[in-house]
Design a protein around this ligand. Structure first.
Ligand SMILES: Cc1ncc(COP(=O)(O)O)c(C=O)c1O
Length: 416
């Protein structure tokens, strides 16, 4: 009986044996590895491919056409030279900001930009912005504060009064995401009345209605067409409140902002919104491997050197179990320890590398495993794709900028 159980268990184990996923670098990463081994910093570094970034900007420009404007999402591309590059190539001055220290740096260093906040900031944060403001940026013309409730509007009105300044107010509306913002026209009506009553301190600058759920809700639950129709209907309802109940506030210069990387390409036929915010799609981290962004290509990679390259994975204190696992899984045949690790990122080159959940993660020197076919030695680089850009891009110091297979620049990131 026992023999039968063992034979069946061995049969099942063999049938479920993972296939060998290992390989070498493709030509693109082989060239980058050669480049970094010659000229790289020999530590973990963030690499931005300008040729690929250009391709992504061109895809975006073909989709967002006048009279619509492209607004670059600063948190997803947190570097002044990078933001400047994107603005120049895409022909925009519009920026969306989400963090007060970044807001001040953009206002000072890209002083001709026109900035919309992407989230409602505590009024003390707004106060700090004005206290830290340097240079020629004029917030009364160039900065739209995002306000989500009548209470916050009142706080901002009081701040505008005490600073003797005028503030441009953009109102966050809920168009289906349910992440806050105004959710009914009566509340909007009240807020607009406050703006009308304080023309010397407050000016309506527009609306912001963010909608990533349209690309994320599974198709079997809701059709994308019905979700986007719902977003447009909700947006139009709020715009109509201005036109019908406060016509003095209406002008076709209002910023009607919406979308984000996952959805911007769904607005090609739309005539209501005039301002679409996009950041991540321009570098395409793995969270943005979605059908709506199929023409975009990954442009951002972490590259880190291999410190140690060895044979099969061995779990400390569990040599017997290690041998069994190594026999069973061909993708454990080789072990590499890399410089740093535990980033929000996935190994992509050479093919078939993966972290080891049993050994555990490490941000000092992380274990990666691969099959005998993984071509990798000490001092070679492992390449990973970040899952998102905003937090990851701030972890490596200057970005290494490459074009045509050469390092062409080093760009500092924003200071936290
Ligand atoms: C208000 C708002 N607009 C747009 C975006 C889109 O940013 P990205 O294109 O980087 O996804 C975001 C992302 O969080 C957002 O919060």
């Amino acid at each position: 009986m026992l023999v039968i159980v063992i034979v069946i268990a061995a049969g099942v184990a063999l049938a479920l044996r993972p296939r060998d996923g290992g390989g070498g670098y493709d030509p693109y990463f082989r060239a980058l590895n050669d480049l970094l081994k010659r000229e790289g910093p020999a530590r973990p570094v963030l690499l931005l491919d300008l040729d690929r970034l250009d391709r992504n900007i061109d895809v975006l420009r073909a989709s967002i056409r006048p009279p619509k404007h492209f607004r670059v999402v600063a948190k997803s591309l947190p570097s002044i030279p990078l933001l400047r590059y994107v603005c120049e190539r895409a022909g925009t001055h519009r920026v969306m900001s989400f963090h007060q220290p970044f807001l001040n740096q953009v206002a000072e260093q890209l002083s001709d930009s026109e900035i919309l906040l992407g989230k409602p900031m505590p009024v003390r944060s707004a106060e700090r912005f004005y206290a830290d403001l340097r240079g020629g940026f004029d917030p009364s013309r160039q900065l739209q504060w995002l306000v989500d409730t009548p209470e916050r509007l009142e706080e901002y009105r009081a701040l505008a009064g005490s600073l003797r300044r005028k503030m441009l107010i953009n109102i966050e509306i809920d168009v289906g995401l349910h992440r806050g913002g105004v959710q009914d026209t009566a509340t909007l009506d009240r807020m607009l009345s406050v703006i009308v009553a304080h023309p010397d301190r407050l000016e309506l600058a527009g609306f912001m209605g963010y909608d990533p759920h349209v690309a994320k809700v599974p198709g079997w639950a809701r059709s994308r067409a019905s979700l986007i129709a719902e977003v447009r209907a909700a947006y139009r309802g709020y715009v109509d409140v201005v036109k019908e109940r406060h016509p003095g506030l209406w002008t076709d210069r209002l910023t009607l902002n919406g979308a984000g990387s996952p959805t911007y390409r769904l607005y090609e036929g739309d005539t209501l919104l005039n301002d679409l915010a996009v950041g991540s799609a321009l570098v395409k981290p793995t969270d943005f491997d979605i059908d709506t962004l199929a023409p975009h290509v990954p442009a951002l990679f972490i590259a880190t050197p291999v410190l140690k390259a060895g044979a099969a994975a061995r779990l400390p204190g569990l040599d017997g179990l290690s041998r069994l696992l190594d026999w069973w899984n061909p993708n454990l045949a080789r072990t590499f320890f890399v410089y740093g690790g535990y980033w929000m990122a996935r190994p992509v080159a050479p093919a078939g590398l993966h972290t080891n959940p049993l050994f555990g993660r490490s941000s000092n020197q992380e274990m990666l495993n691969g099959s005998a076919r993984v071509e990798l030695g000490v001092d070679d680089y492992v390449f990973l794709r970040p899952t998102q850009s905003e937090a990851v891009m701030l972890q490596f110091g200057d970005i290494l900028v490459v074009r045509g297979g050469a390092i062409v620049d080093r760009w500092p990131v924003l200071v936290q």
